[in-house]
Write a new protein. Structure first.
Length: 316
């Protein structure tokens, strides 16, 4: 009975849509019926979409076509969320996903639209707490700690509020929960809660990785380095690519000391290796070629004598 997905980062709108799409393909149970979606675009405007039956196959339309991806303004939104389950939920579906362009979004699973002890809808109460300046984490704790027997789990996120998820004490005891919260090196993050959808424990982490990768891959690389055959491969205390001012690699440093002698087919330039120029860290490699190394020098890179590799800025 429901899945909630929330994401923040570049193209979060597309990431949320594709994550739900994958959940429908893989999961079994309460999925593929209603869906209510909201996104906050780069100008702070809230965009909504909803359907009672069909999930992602009917959530967005283009002319006479169904099953299409969200329009660009929604796909590129930096904050997005969806809640979905079986068909035909009480109208208006917006009650399941309150949104404010300046504050954020609250989605979840079970019945986050249910009333708390003070009579306020739980998800509305979380959004209101965020509007008062609380972080997503603090708002969730405030509301759900005060309503431990509520039948709800929620995901909250928003500008300057961060992202977090939490189940009520009652829901946390369920045997069919799926939970995942995953963050990327650039600050992108995705949160997922679900129940009554199987596989119960392994689906959410897979979905989260899918959504996060969608956001990371959508970003343009920070730069590109040219790597010619013949440059040395040297043992070092960390994986690094030393680059000249002309953007051409001068040497590779690797923590795998085995490959600096003899002949090896290997990943000499490891993914995530530091890209350094003049002592300055430019970023980390975002891909890795298949390399042949002989006697401490590169022979070929993915079968070529020259390879261009992208790197991304490394964030702390």
């Amino acid at each position: 009975m429901t899945i909630g997905i929330g994401a923040m980062g570049p193209n979060a709108g597309l990431a949320v849509f594709r994550t739900l799409q994958m959940a429908e393909r893989i999961g079994e149970g309460a999925i593929g019926g209603y869906a209510v979606f909201a996104a906050i675009d780069n100008e702070g405007k809230v965009h909504r979409a909803e359907t009672q039956r069909g999930g992602t196959t009917t959530l967005f339309t283009r002319g006479e076509k169904t099953g299409v991806s969200p329009p660009d303004v929604i796909a590129s939104a930096p904050f997005a969320a969806v809640m979905s389950s079986g068909p035909d939920r009480p109208a208006p579906l917006s009650q399941f996903l309150p949104a404010d362009g300046e504050v954020g979004l609250v989605t979840g699973h079970r019945l986050p639209n249910g009333a708390g002890l003070d009579g306020t809808r739980l998800n509305d109460a979380v959004l209101a707490a965020m509007a008062q300046g609380l972080t997503a984490s603090a708002a969730l704790r405030q509301v759900l700690d005060a309503n431990p027997q509520s039948d709800a789990g929620m995901i909250a996120l928003g500008p300057r509020r961060g992202i977090d998820l939490m189940n009520s004490a009652r829901v946390a005891q369920r045997p069919d929960l799926g939970t995942a919260l995953l963050a990327g090196p650039d600050g992108s993050a995705i949160a997922i809660l679900h129940n009554a959808i199987w596989p119960a424990t392994t689906l959410a982490p897979l979905l989260a990785e899918t959504g996060l990768e969608c956001m990371l891959r959508s970003q343009a690389p920070s730069g590109t380095v040219g790597i010619p055959a013949g440059i040395p491969v040297m043992a070092g205390d960390r994986d690094r690519l030393i680059v000249g001012r002309d953007g051409i690699a001068e040497r590779v440093e690797t923590t795998d000391a085995r490959i600096v002698t003899g002949r090896h087919n290997c990943a000499a330039i490891y993914i995530g290796a530091e890209v350094v120029c003049g002592g300055e860290l430019l970023g980390v490699t975002a891909e890795e070629p298949n390399v042949v190394v002989e006697d401490g020098r590169i022979v070929t890179l993915s079968g070529q004598d020259h390879f261009s590799i992208n790197y991304r800025t490394k964030t702390k």
